[in-house]
Every structure is written in structure tokens, then in C-alpha cells.
Design a binder for this molecule. Structure first.
Ligand SMILES: *Cc1c(COP(=O)(O)O)cnc(C)c1O
Length: 459
């Protein structure tokens, strides 16, 4: 008789978390404050009011341990949550590893990624505040899709600036955003002063998330009925994503497992933080001791090679200053296929955890990641988005190390999205035309240092 493998570990709707977990409550030391670029002083709620509704501003600085998820948001979450946790038996077998690999799959959402977990509450709180339009940036198009879907739930308009490199590489994302009722512009665009300034200097600019953020922020700041929504980086975004980790904790408990290693890819840090934060709470409470490893692309290595410094969140310098791991706000990474990981900075919370030694980080080149993605697809039957193939490459590396050492580690990874709209990237990889680019260290450090000299003298 063959053993029956349990592939899926599911939760009932009634087991879905009804609260978000706020890491700020449990952090041993608070992260450095966000600063006003004009005064160099910590910002107050009034500084954020032109862009965000009061509820989200309150959540950004909230210190209570949990925040109740509004019933209207839970009702939308129930379209796809709880999401499945899978045991990757077939990948383990392909690798010949004694490690047990689990992946929490967020590709079941309407956008095909974790992004709706925060898009839905952001649209909800904005609609409740009387806002009629949200602007945003998008890289690979996942965030734009998620926000367009969320805005459709609460009857508000959605306008998206998509990074040019991704706009050209991933035309289906635009179609999906439009199907959900949103509007898409390639960025840099001639619709904003920020976009026009970039185009004047670099007419062929492939764009960056930093530039697209500048454009979306500029438009929102000029119109009282329009707000801006950010898909990653900020505290409230990472808090909304903790539904991922809370569910995964319950699911692993169902099969009697505690993880030894958590791995996640990091663009701005939201899927990694969302998975990891509840496990970090458990670690601080002494109930488990997993290692937490962030995986970033070597073409945009903000944690492993960036500087920990105050910097702008956008390229034009319109946002408050955040202390974070940064490659400099004018950094334009090579147009790699993981558009969602092409951000110059890193969430201040993730940066702070890295700085205080709570988490590790590694950088991976895209060909190694695609190899892991193809191996995973063939074994498990899901084509991963290019972003989480970074986490998969690190999980495979660890599983192969376990094969050497004979250790039966439990590895948990965030499979934060599927790659159905990223198939041209796989085609490019399979035809051998994906290349790795790497930065000369001196060149990179000089570029970072130069960007940081452009900060206001108040910092
Ligand atoms: C947006 C996105 C990312 C990067 O953002 P994080 O905030 O770091 O999670 C990674 N993977 C997918 C599938 C995305 O859509």
C-alpha cells in the first residue's frame, strides 16, 4: 500500500482570522520615526492627511497588539480566504531532501497574489472617508490589479501608473486592471510634472517604482477627493498582510509542525512581513525559534547591499523620509522580470528587523530563481510569479543543504502569487534569453552615496 500524502492543509471559513496583528506592539525597540523633509521633525497625522484617510493614518502608528478587521472587509476576504497551505511532497521528492517544505499559496486571490489582502481594506477605509478616486503605482501589475478589484468592491475610481518596463512586458495586466474598471498609464508619463521631468532627461526611461509613486502621489496631492494607496512598505500594509501568517500558524498546528526556517521574497517587504510577523510574535514568546530569511533580487539588493539611512520613498522626493535600507531614491534597476521586486527601498519595519538581527537576507540572481520556478512548476503544478521564485530558490538551496546534512528541517515559504500573466518571462527563460546582471560594488555604493547627498539638509 502506498502512503497517502496530505498535500493541502485547509481552514474552514469560520477559522479565518478576524484581527490583524500589529508588530509595533511587540517590537523590543521601536523603529526610527518618519521625518518631514522640510523640518526634519517626526511627521504628524496632518502631514499624511492629503494622501491617506484617518483610519489608515491611525493604523500606521497604532500600538495596540491587534486591530479588528471590519466586517465589510472580511466579507470580501471570504471570496478567497482562508488560502491553502500546501506540503510540497513532490518537490521534496524531486530534490531528494529529508526537509519538509510547506508553501502558503496566495495565488488563489482575485489578483492572483497577496496584494488584495491590503487593497481591500485600503479601498474600504478610503470609500468610508468619502474619497472617490485612488491613484497608485504598479510594477508587475499585481498591485494595480488588486487595487482596481478592491475599488470596484466599494465603488470608487482607480488610476494606475505602471512602470514602463512592466507595461511593455506584461500587457495582460493592463487588460485585467481595465476589466476591473481601473485606468492605466505607463510611467514615466507626460501627465505629471514628475513624469515629464524624467522624460526630458531620459526619453527612453524604463521607469521604476519610485518614479511611478511620484506620479501617483502628485495627482492625489492636488485633488481633495483623490487619495493615494501604496501596495507595500508602510506599517499598515504589512499589518493587513498578517492574515497570511496567522492562517499559516493555524494550518501548521493542524499537522503538528513548527517551522525551522521561513523564507519570503522582498520587494517592499509586505508578503514576507505578512507571513513572518505572527511567527516572530511566537518566537518572542518562546514558543518556536525559526530563522527568518528575506530573499531579494541581486539586481535590486536593498537589504544586502543598500545603506541604512533616511531616504525618500519616491524618486521625485515628495514623500516623507523613512529610515530604511535603500539604494537611493533615484536608483533605476535593470528591467528584470520580477517587476514587483524593483524597488529602491525596503519597508522601515523589515529594515529595522534586519538591522537588529531578527532576520537574515540573501540576494539571488534571476536565472537561479527561474530554474527553481520551473522545477517547482513541474513538481507541484503551479507556475509561480517570478517574484516568489526568489524565495523558492532559497528554499531549494536549504532543502539541498538538508540532503547533505541529513537534517529534517521544516521550511515554510510564501508562494505569494501565480505567474499566469508572467508567461512571457518563462518563455524568455526557457529560450535562454534571460541574463543575470550584477552591480560592480564601487559603482553601486557611489550611486547610493550620490542619491543620499540630494536629501534635504534637515536630515
Ligand atoms: C508586489 C509583489 C511582490 C513584492 O512586494 P512585497 O511587498 O515585497 O511583497 C512580490 N510578489 C508578488 C507576487 C507581488 O505581487
Amino acid at each position: 500500500m502506498t502512503e497517502v500524502n496530505q498535500h493541502k492543509i485547509l481552514l474552514d471559513e469560520g477559522e479565518m482570522p478576524t484581527r490583524w496583528y500589529n508588530l509595533l506592539h511587540d517590537l523590543p525597540t521601536p523603529p526610527p520615526p518618519v521625518l518631514h523633509p522640510g523640518t526634519g521633525e517626526p511627521i504628524g497625522p496632518e502631514d499624511l492627511a492629503p494622501l491617506f484617510p484617518v483610519d489608515l493614518i491611525a493604523q500606521e502608528v497604532a500600538t495596540e497588539q491587534y486591530v479588528d478587521i471590519p466586517e465589510e472587509v472580511l466579507d470580501v476576504y471570504r471570496l478567497w480566504r482562508p488560502s491553502p497551505l500546501f506540503r510540497a511532497h513532490r518537490l521534496e521528492k524531486a530534490l531528494g531532501t529529508p526537509a519538509r517544505i510547506y508553501y502558503k499559496y496566495e495565488g488563489v486571490s482575485p489578483a492572483g497574489s497577496h496584494k488584495p489582502n491590503t487593497a481591500v481594506p485600503q479601498a474600504y477605509y478610503n470609500a468610508r472617508a468619502g474619497v472617490t478616486r485612488l491613484t497608485t503605482e504598479t510594477g508587475a501589475g499585481q498591485w494595480g490589479t488588486a487595487l482596481a478589484f478592491a475599488c470596484a468592491q466599494f465603488d470608487i475610481a482607480c488610476e494606475v501608473w505602471q512602470v514602463r518596463a512592466s507595461y511593455d512586458q506584461k500587457p495582460y495586466r493592463k487588460m485585467m486592471i481595465e476589466t476591473f474598471g481601473g485606468t492605466v498609464h505607463p510611467s514615466p508619463s507626460d501627465l505629471t510634472a514628475a513624469g515629464r521631468a524624467i522624460l526630458a532627461e531620459h526619453p527612453d526611461s524604463t521607469g521604476s517604482l519610485g518614479i511611478a509613486i511620484s506620479e501617483a502621489v502628485e495627482v492625489a496631492a492636488q485633488d481633495p477627493s483623490t487619495n493615494y494607496a501604496l501596495g507595500s512598505v508602510l506599517n499598515h500594509v504589512l499589518m493587513h498582510q498578517t492574515v497570511i501568517g496567522e492562517e499559516a500558524l493555524l494550518q501548521l498546528a493542524k499537522v503538528g509542525e513548527t517551522p525551522d526556517l521561513l523564507v519570503g521574497c522582498t520587494g517592499g517587504g509586505s508578503n514576507f512581513g505578512g507571513l513572518m510577523f505572527p511567527f516572530l510574535r511566537e518566537r518572542w514568546a518562546g514558543r518556536m525559534s525559526p530563522t527568518m530569511r528575506a530573499v531579494e533580487p541581486s539586481a535590486c539588493p536593498s537589504l544586502t547591499r543598500g545603506t541604512y539611512a533616511y531616504d525618500f520613498g519616491d524618486t521625485a522626493g515628495m514623500t516623507p523620509l523613512m529610515k530604511m535600507h535603500t539604494l537611493g531614491h533615484d536608483f533605476v534597476p535593470d528591467p528584470i522580470h520580477s517587476g514587483g521586486l524593483r524597488y529602491h527601498g525596503m519597508s522601515p519595519l523589515i529594515s529595522h528587523l534586519y538591522e537588529t538581527g531578527e532576520i537574515e537576507a540573501v540576494a539571488k540572481a534571476q536565472t537561479e530563481c527561474f530554474a527553481a520556478g520551473v522545477l517547482f512548476a513541474r513538481a507541484e503544478g503551479i507556475v509561480p510569479a517570478p517574484e516568489p521564485t526568489h524565495a523558492l530558490a532559497a528554499a531549494v538551496e536549504e532543502a539541498l543543504a538538508c540532503k547533505e546534512s541529513g537534517e529534517e528541517k521544516v521550511i515554510l515559504t510564501a508562494l505569494c502569487g501565480h505567474g499566469h500573466l508572467d508567461l512571457p518571462a518563462y518563455a524568455a527563460y526557457l529560450s535562454g534569453s534571460v541574463e543575470d546582471t550584477s552591480w560592480d560594488d564601487e559603482e553601486l555604493q557611489a550611486a547610493v552615496a550620490k542619491a543620499l547627498t540630494k536629501l534635504p539638509s534637515t536630515v
